[in-house]
Design a protein around this ligand. Structure first.
Ligand SMILES: Cc1ncc(COP(=O)(O)O)c(C=O)c1O
Length: 366
């Protein structure tokens, strides 16, 4: 043991020392081992994954990879060409990331200097605040209304009052409630002096997108992912559409080999198997609608409308943490929230019809 007395922690950025550690999810194998069941028996409805999995073409593409010893294409050219056809956005305006998460991180790195601010509209996806914090930014929260809609006048006031507010992150539809943003709201926000990162992670379940607006609005970025509709969450691949004046600088800070060869191949193959994946999306949205209807038979649960592959539910006269842990004991995982605006809420991802039926049966007995 080297007994050099110098304190390495004193070199670490004080703002990072002040950050709360990220609470990682427990891997499915660990949970299965704890419950003494096989991972296949776990009903995993806690991370909005696609339980139908990837397209067979994506699996085949990964199986047939021959050049794992060669670095991936740093520009993901084949994938970006295919994405250009899929989105209608020119290749030059597209960048691929290791999940949408990496692009969220890159955007905060690109824009924020220490002390600069993002506007965040909770309840919402947690990565915006996490990435802002990691990159020295401050988070100005403008809470949503109780029906989860955006408080647009309050956002306008916050931008006017918060010197150094540069970025506004909005998922469309929103996670965790599944509500959409209207065209009028987006237009109003785009007129403000702020860059808007519209996160369309769940676009394929809603089928309404603003991605082509990127070509007309220099302050709009649209993010997407293959994690949800294409069932590739484990491979980490997402993309963004960016105005030219932003993307040319984003390339400078992108890690060269950020998207691995398996992720690029699987995403490309997914875009060549749209009929298969769209059929799964249709199954998921039909299952969601039936699940919403079934939930109405349980008087102590109130579900929010959703345009996504998940449903936010409020436990009316019960402790939602108890509901979550009772289900977890039986291998059914759902996401529990107790943050401001989400007391006694759970978010339930949509699985297969039989998984959702099992969950409903279980909930009826609680
Ligand atoms: C709104 C939103 N954006 C982004 C992500 C992350 O996407 P990715 O898996 O591509 O990093 C999620 C995942 O839950 C999400 O809900």
């Amino acid at each position: 043991m080297n007994n050099n007395p110098f304190n390495t922690a004193s070199f670490i950025r004080p703002d990072v020392i002040g950050l709360k550690p990220y609470k990682p999810v427990v891997p499915i194998e660990t949970l299965a081992a704890q419950l003494g069941v096989s991972p296949d028996e776990i009903i995993k409805l806690d991370a909005n994954e696609n339980l139908y999995g990837p397209s067979p073409r994506a699996l085949e593409a990964v199986k047939n990879l021959r050049y794992l010893h060669i670095y991936p294409d740093p520009e993901a050219n084949d994938l970006r060409q295919a994405l250009s056809r899929y989105t209608g956005i020119p290749v030059d305006n597209l960048m691929v990331g290791s999940g949408a998460d990496e692009l969220i991180d890159m955007i905060t790195r690109l824009f924020l200097r220490p002390g600069d601010k993002i506007i965040n509209c909770p309840p919402t996806f947690g990565m915006y605040a996490i990435c802002a914090g990691i990159n020295g930014g401050q988070v100005v929260n403008v809470p949503r209304h109780t029906d989860q809609s955006l408080n647009v006048p309050a956002i306008e006031t916050a931008i006017a009052e918060a010197a150094g507010a540069k970025l506004l992150f909005i998922p469309a539809p929103n996670n965790p409630d599944g509500s959409a943003i209207s065209e009028a709201e987006l237009r109003e926000l785009l007129a403000l002096p702020i860059v808007i990162a519209l996160d369309e992670a769940y676009f394929e379940f809603h089928n309404r997108s603003f991605i082509t607006w990127v070509l007309e609005h220099p302050n709009l970025i649209v993010l997407r992912t293959f994690s949800k509709w294409a069932g590739l969450a484990g491979l980490r691949v997402g993309y963004g559409a960016f105005p030219g004046a932003i993307i040319k600088h984003l390339w400078k800070i992108k890690a060269p080999y950020n998207v691995n060869v398996a992720a690029q191949a699987a995403a490309l193959a997914s875009l060549q198997d749209l009929d298969y994946l769209k059929a799964n999306i249709a199954k998921i949205t039909a299952t969601r609608d039936k699940f919403q209807a079934d939930l109405q038979q349980i008087p102590w649960l109130k579900a929010y409308p959703s345009y996504t592959n998940f449903v936010l539910v409020k436990a009316l006269d019960r402790n939602a943490a108890d509901v979550q842990s009772a289900l977890a004991q039986e291998g059914i995982l759902i996401r529990y929230y107790n943050s401001p605006g989400l007391q006694d809420h759970v978010r339930i991802s949509i699985g297969t019809p039989s998984q959702m039926d099992k969950l409903i049966e279980r909930l009826k007995k609680l």
